[in-house]
Design a protein around this ligand. Structure first.
Ligand code: ZN
Ligand code: ZN
Ligand code: ZN
Length: 488
């Protein structure tokens, strides 16, 4: 006579239609467990071919290992490829470094008993077949399998997440998926498009992979800008997948040569004195920067340098010249001597080139220092351009030791000096909106700042903070500005 486990081993109860296209492993496993009254431990015991692997398992299981796909497919009576679409790892989105797993749901999909594996990509914002914004990831859902006991299941073929309200209810609906065939077709096509976009990038540009990989991790607020550049890097190489909306607006990075190589030393090793930076080399680089970016905004720069500190703290997002602000901020950071000692130029700043880092790395010589200073202009300008549409920006002059050119970068470890490659925003993509704004301002014959706000700033007891030389914000009625502190 067969033991209960052997009975189960032959085939698990499952809707003959099986998983929908790109249905997540999380959703499949929860349904299988509910329909077959299995606890997480029992389920994984079935699927894990190796005994040792079973005992090591902790209860917070979100999906199954790739080694378990084959037995799982066997028990469900379907082909392996249908299950692979449920795992980001199997689809080529290598999620090895992702820490917190929390399923994100589309409310419409969830009503139909469907959860898409691609919704767990942190950069996906909208369900493309329902045009609905995805809910924030739910970590209680992620623990659902582990927290289920088989007793609970026998009483009720229904599971509800007490935090986000997601449920599977097999009392009401015995069919595991209730999405119609038209939507299934759309999911298949759109899912294929997104995976082809990512795998196309990975296979054609493996060198750039580590720059893009952080997109797969849950990101903190402060890095969201970097994601825009990372998405821009991919899009410069592989066109955007149809109908997918991302959480960050992709911003173009250099399409032809996306990465610059820098040979840098570990900042912690010792402070490397670049005291002998050739003054003429620095001036040549500064001239090159000016000619390349600032020359066509000469008039704007003249206007900005004439402004007092209260006007500079009331710059208007829709009219400001981002190039001039970036240039002056850059001068304050790198070249105190180059800034005329006019009104409001009472900055006491270091001009040492070596006081700039990339993450944990510092320049290993004057040449690298110059390159890094050059890249820093892209960072300052690129950040302003990226933020202007929806954030207020406050430029902060930081201590030289805190100065960090935090462009997305990767480190290539070598014996001796490490090499760092930076992702630099695309110059043309920055120049276009910047020029457009300046042209509009000239046409309207308006200043870069809001006179009323500047007046309000300069109250009788106002003390300007010289470490915050520029503030750019929206000045319309009822607008609440969220500030981004841009450190230079
Ligand atoms: Zn949906
Ligand atoms: Zn939940
Ligand atoms: Zn301008």
């Amino acid at each position: 006579m067969n033991t209960p486990t052997e009975c189960i081993r032959q085939r698990l109860t499952w809707d003959p239609r099986g998983p929908a296209p790109y249905e997540s492993m999380w959703s499949i496993l929860l349904k299988v467990a509910a329909l077959n009254s299995l606890s997480a431990a029992e389920l994984h015991g079935l699927l894990s071919p190796v005994q040792s692997a079973r005992t090591r398992r902790n209860v917070r299981l979100s999906s199954i290992d790739l080694t378990e796909v084959r037995p799982a497919a066997h028990f469900l009576g379907i082909t392996e490829s249908r299950l692979k679409a449920g795992s980001l790892e199997a689809l080529g989105f290598d999620s090895g470094a992702r820490t917190a797993y929390a399923p994100r749901h589309c409310p419409e999909c969830f009503r139909l008993g469907y959860h898409c594996s691609l919704f767990d990509l942190p950069f996906v914002a909208v369900c493309p077949w329902h045009s609905t914004y995805l809910c924030h990831g739910c970590s209680i859902c992620a623990r659902a399998l582990g927290s289920r006991s088989s007793n609970q299941l026998q009483n009720s073929a229904r599971w509800v997440c007490r935090t986000c309200g997601v449920y599977f209810d097999f009392h009401q609906h015995r069919r595991v998926n209730r999405i119609d065939s038209g939507t299934e077709f759309a999911i298949q096509a759109l899912g294929d498009g997104l995976t082809a976009w990512w795998t196309g990038f990975c296979t054609c540009f493996p060198d750039s992979y580590s720059l893009a990989a952080p997109l797969l991790r849950e990101q903190q607020e402060t890095s969201s800008l970097h994601n825009s550049w990372r998405l821009g890097l991919i899009e410069a190489l592989v066109p955007h997948p149809a109908r997918w909306t991302f959480t960050d607006r992709p911003l173009l990075t250099h399409a032809v040569a996306p990465i610059r190589g820098f040979h840098l030393a570990k900042a912690s090793a010792k402070v490397i004195s670049l005291g002998a930076v050739d003054d003429s080399a620095f001036k040549a680089m500064r001239r090159a920067l000016f000619r390349r970016f600032v020359a066509r905004h000469r008039k704007c720069l003249a206007e900005l340098t004439r402004l007092g500190i209260f006007e500079r703290s009331a710059l208007d997002s829709q009219r400001v010249c981002s190039v001039s602000v970036a240039w002056m901020s850059w001068l304050m950071a790198h070249d105190y001597g180059g800034l005329k000692r006019e009104q409001g130029a009472e900055f006491k700043l270091a001009s040492d080139l070596q006081d700039i880092r990339v993450g944990g790395h510092a320049p290993d010589g004057p040449g690298t220092g110059l390159q890094l200073a050059y890249a820093n202009f892209f960072r300052v300008w690129g950040t302003i351009e990226a933020l202007i549409p929806d954030r207020a920006i406050r430029v902060c002059i930081v201590k030289p030791l805190d100065r960090n050119c935090d462009l997305p970068h990767r480190t290539i470890h070598r014996s001796g000096a490490d090499s760092v490659e930076l992702l630099v925003p695309d110059r043309n993509a920055l120049e276009e909106p910047a020029s457009e704004r300046c042209i509009q301002r000239f046409r309207a014959r308006l200043p870069m700042y809001q006179a009323g706000a500047a007046y309000a700033n300069s109250g009788w007891n106002a003390t300007p903070d010289i470490c915050m030389p520029f503030t750019i914000r929206q000045h319309g009625n009822g607008i609440r500005n969220t500030y981004w502190y841009l450190e230079v």
